[in-house]
Ligand binder design. Sequence first.
Ligand code: FES
Length: 62
Amino acid sequence: MNLDKVVCNCLNVTIGMIKDAVDAGASTLDEVQDATGAGTVCGACIEDVEHLVEFFVKERKQ
Ligand code: FES
């Protein structure tokens, strides 16, 4: 996975920034939105952000 890929174009939030938020304790879409702002402007990226949150939460639990 390319952690430098931008997932939220509105705020230039990268996949790595989603991962960092989850590693720092965020476990839900809401918490990641609070931490990164991803998905809080136009909303077009929300589904992608949600999938990434689920993925990194699972990865964190292993
Ligand atoms: S692309 Fe993420 S809020 Fe617009």
